[in-house]
Design a protein around this ligand. Structure first.
Ligand SMILES: O=C(O)CCC(=O)C(=O)O
Length: 306
């Protein structure tokens, strides 16, 4: 189902990018299967109203103090052009916000989509990165990129390594820096040049989410306003046999971990995980991310083996 007025990509032929293609929009309540079908076909999809406005308000109130205390940009000399000198990124979110864990990290539709997209290639997936991407006034557009370039060797296998979700926590229109995307660039060879003028902004209302695979060309838009901030909350999930961008386990104290639901602990690196998708032979006994001969989840005696 597409939003009124939005074009459908369903009849389009060919698998590569074209000026006619747009990221499709489906309403919250759409099945994970349908969302994943569009995601894997086009490289990205928007789910409108994925999070309710009450949840958006909770997330803002949990995170605003941390955003206010943080200066924008990365530390001096560390890729500030790519990450944006006027962009504020706060990570370690599971330690900072209950709503982040309960309503976003574990969102059943999001995890349903991840199961379909990622479990064919791994025994389990985990969180790679989560953070605010608040783009301040005057920020230039980020270079178009594929997130999978972090893992450039397996990115050439032609499988999905990672799937990301960006929820709008506030303004997210083209003028303020909505994410620029080129649909259907996700199955091209990773080094293949693509005409950047094909990128279009994907505008979101508060609570809407864009979901995309790590091989899709995209980038943060330019914030052309003088006084508005583009407020996105980013999360990505990746195959468990790859090292995540964020060492999220290290930002959690054992006390905070003890309060987390089991699936959250698994996604945040407080559990060992199966490397292979095979479940019924010796391969399924092999675990990654262990401590000595034990599974991380049992390390302090609190958690069960998965
Ligand atoms: O801010 C955005 O819209 C995209 C951010 C992004 O792709 C990144 O920082 O890698």
């Amino acid at each position: 189902m597409t939003a009124i007025g939005a074009k459908s990509n369903e009849g389009s032929t060919g698998s590569g990018p074209s000026p006619d293609l747009e990221i499709q929009r489906v309403p919250s309540g759409t099945s994970a299967e349908k969302i994943a079908e569009i995601l894997l076909r086009d490289g990205g999809v928007v789910v409108t109203g994925l999070l309710g406005l009450d949840t958006v308000a909770e997330l803002n109130s949990d995170l605003d103090p941390y955003v206010s205390a943080r200066s924008s940009g990365y530390r001096e000399g560390f890729q500030t052009d790519f990450f944006g000198p006027r962009t504020t990124r706060v990570r370690g979110l599971a330690a900072k916000s209950k709503a982040f864990v309960e309503k976003y990290l574990l969102h059943p539709t999001v995890l349903g989509v991840m199961d379909i997209a990622l479990l064919p290639y791994c025994g389990d997936y985990w969180m790679s990165y989560a953070g605010t991407v608040f783009i301040g006034p005057g920020e230039k557009a980020q270079d178009l990129h594929r997130d999978d370039i972090n893992w450039a060797v397996p990115a050439r296998l032609g499988i999905d390594l990672q799937v990301s979700v960006m929820v709008a926590l506030g303004d997210y229109d083209a003028e303020v820096g909505a994410t620029m995307v080129i649909p259907r660039t996700h199955r091209l060879p990773i080094d293949e040049p693509v005409d950047p003028s094909l990128a279009k902004p994907v505008e979101l209302e508060k609570g809407d989410a864009m979901i995309w695979v790590g091989s899709l060309l995209h980038g943060g838009g330019a914030n052309q306003t003088e006084d508005r901030v583009r407020k996105g909350l980013y999360i990505s999930y990746m195959l468990g046999w790859l090292a995540p961008e964020e060492a999220s386990a290290l930002s959690l104290t054992p006390e905070r971990v003890a309060e987390l639901p089991e699936r959250a602990r698994q996604l945040l690196g407080w559990s060992s995980l199966k490397g292979n998708p095979v479940r019924d032979d010796v391969m399924s006994a092999l675990q990654l991310w262990q401590v000595d001969e034990d599974e991380v989840g049992r390390f302090d005696g609190l958690f069960t083996n998965r």
